[in-house]
Design a protein around this ligand. Sequence first.
Ligand SMILES: [Fe+2]
Ligand SMILES: [Fe+2]
Length: 289
Amino acid sequence: MSTENLIKMNMPQVRRPNFGLENNFSKYYADGNPLLSHILNSLHIVFPEGEKLFIRSVKYFQDQIEDPQLKARVKGFIGQETQHMAQHEKIWDTLESQGVTAHEFDKWYSKNAYETVEGTIRNVFGEEIYKRLALAVTCGLEHYTATLAEVAIDPEINALQGFDEKMKALLMWHAAEEIEHKAVAFDVMQAVDGSPVTKSAGMLLATWALLYYGAIGSVKFLLEDKEVKLADLPQIFAQKAPLLAKAVGTMLPKLLQYFRPDFHPNQMNNDHLATEYFDANQKYFQKAG
Ligand SMILES: [Fe+2]
Ligand SMILES: [Fe+2]
């Protein structure tokens, strides 16, 4: 079946790409800009633990899914997120060799987010509400990743212009698969808990977590970078300010749509971006099992 048809059916395909990134990308791979490189470095660390949450949150409800097609989509979703985790973690040692304290940040962040915060929610609200909220947070973050993916892939925005080619390939692949599976966790949530309160609470918690941990990692890596002088920061920021403003301006209305009572991720009308990407980049992929 063609990629286009599979995406239309929302059936995520598991791919095992090989981008050859280990020890093989420049420190400021994001168009030579330290700020944008460190923002993305923070996401390289934040994503894998987040993806573990996505996987366990849908697994909590896997037994309750009756629709065989949704069951199959969940399997594809878990397979794709597992690959994302592995591919991002693969570059942590290279980041360390470039002076980015990836492991230290991961240690703090995973303990804080997934032991302290998640553990407290579990203890305070009890197992049932915790599981529903975990799935709602996943759905909120999935809307963020699909929206961010749109900005990354859209040729009109051209956000990854000037990037190290191998890093660009990793980010584009992740972006395309986020678009491909954007509705899976949401459909699980609809099937097991249609409450708009849970949905909105999950999105608010997701927003806080992404901004909080994403910002802490970015600032930490930037301040620890001995090659970045304080006096250079305004110029480094000014270089990418138009792109960052465009990205936020494009994303904000799409993010707010999530709070509409009749919202569904398939309304985002971005499938063609993923289809075009996969059609043009088959060279990176061998199909997994
Ligand atoms: Fe992912
Ligand atoms: Fe995802």
